[in-house]
Ligand binder design. Structure first.
Ligand SMILES: [Zn+2]
Length: 376
């Protein structure tokens, strides 16, 4: 096993890419989907079960973990991997995005963001330096720069000043991160939906130099059409020999469209959160297991799926345990959804390696257009 962080691009098909990120804690096959373990757990799943779905890497949230149980406590207990019993790679976000979406009484200035905890009202400060310190205490394998991410739509002056602040914070993040062999620091491109600002942001990040690059500031309310328009050019501004990560995305069709445009890594709460609200992803689109049509249906949720939910249980059972608010409902649907996402990524990787991404995309769209199997 390698002792350093590296990215090996294996094949391309158009602008879609497949490869392997090597880390001391294991390889990450790309394009990769990272399940979200917000509070040091992927909700309703044991870590070994998450691994069985095909996940190579998890995402942890700096904002949540710094407030509870605190990064210092996790460090004293041996780091996040030991604490949550996941020995594979972990990527942590910087806390910047969630401070802006969850915290109270935020004050943003050149130094960073001060805020009150949404849990107990305690006063905290996040700066590039503090974010690097927290992510180091957690023991994160892939550390994200501290940045500021405005919601869209935003006017150009706001996007420009925010992007420039994020680039100054990127330099401070790089300086504070230092030299940590085996650990990676990713820069985050900002600039909203403005191609010129995106290009300037990419140039600034390349000047600083990172182990990977994220396209930030998307999936913040702009819609798929604008997101794809940005992705038509943004990934190509970033170094081709480093991984590219689209933060917080997304729905299956968002992922397919972003892979097509050159993205290598994704994270989203959607498969786990939807599992808890009775929504299941299948090659034929989304199934709402709470619908009455499933009450007498002896068939599996998805007969093409090899997960414990689909091989062991009927739609009727899943409907029943969801309606009865049994814990196993969240467990089974989360497992299925995470497995669906990992099968999707495996199919994408195989198609790119075979030079047949267009064929994959056509089959993906045809399956969704066909819709769910008819009721019994
Ligand atoms: Zn399944």
């Amino acid at each position: 096993m390698t002792q350093r962080f590296s990215f090996d691009l294996k094949a391309t098909d158009g602008t879609a890419r497949t490869g392997v990120i090597s880390t001391p804690r294991g390889d990450i096959r790309t394009p990769a989907f990272m399940p979200v373990g917000t509070a040091a757990t992927v909700k309703a799943m044991l870590p070994g079960s998450v691994r069985e779905t095909g996940a190579d890497i998890l995402l942890g949230n700096t904002y949540h973990l710094m407030l509870r149980p605190t990064a210092e406590r996790i460090d004293r207990l041996g780091g996040l991997h030991r604490f949550m019993n996941w020995d594979g790679p972990i990527l942590t976000d910087s806390g910047g995005f969630q401070v802006m979406s969850l915290a109270e009484l935020r004050k943003l200035n050149e130094e960073g963001v001060s805020f009150r905890s949404h849990i107990d009202g305690a006063r905290h400060m996040l700066t590039p330096e503090r974010s690097m310190e927290i992510q180091k205490l957690l023991g994160s394998d892939i550390v994200m720069c501290f940045d500021e991410c405005p919601a869209l739509p935003a006017d150009r002056a706001r996007l420009e000043s925010s992007m420039e602040l994020s680039m100054r914070w990127a330099q401070r993040s790089r300086d504070a991160f230092g030299d940590r062999p085996g650990h990676a620091l990713f820069g985050i491109q900002q600039g909203g939906d403005d191609a010129e600002l995106r290009a300037r942001s990419a140039e600034a990040l390349r000047g600083i130099g990172f182990d990977g690059y994220a396209v930030g500031g998307l999936a913040v309310g702009e819609g798929q059409e604008i997101m794809f328009r940005v992705l038509d050019t943004a990934p190509g501004m970033l170094p081709a020999d480093k991984p590219r990560y689209l933060m917080g995305v997304g729905k299956p069709d968002d992922i397919v469209g972003a892979v097509k445009r050159g993205i290598d890594m994704f994270d989203c709460v959607l498969p786990s959160r939807s599992g808890r609200t009775g929504q299941a992803f299948t090659p034929r689109g989304v199934v709402n297991i709470k619908n009455a049509r499933h009450a007498d249906d002896p068939r599996p949720l998805d007969d093409s799926c090899d997960c414990p939910c689909c091989t062991g249980y009927s739609r009727a059972y899943l409907h029943h345990v969801f309606r009865s608010q049994e814990i196993i409902s969240s467990m089974l649907l989360t497992w299925h959804n995470l497995r669906y996402y990992q099968r999707l990524m495996a199919d994408i990787r195989a198609a790119i390696a075979a030079g047949n991404f267009a064929g994959f995309e056509a089959a993906f769209e045809a399956g969704r257009a066909a819709g769910d199997i008819p009721p019994v």
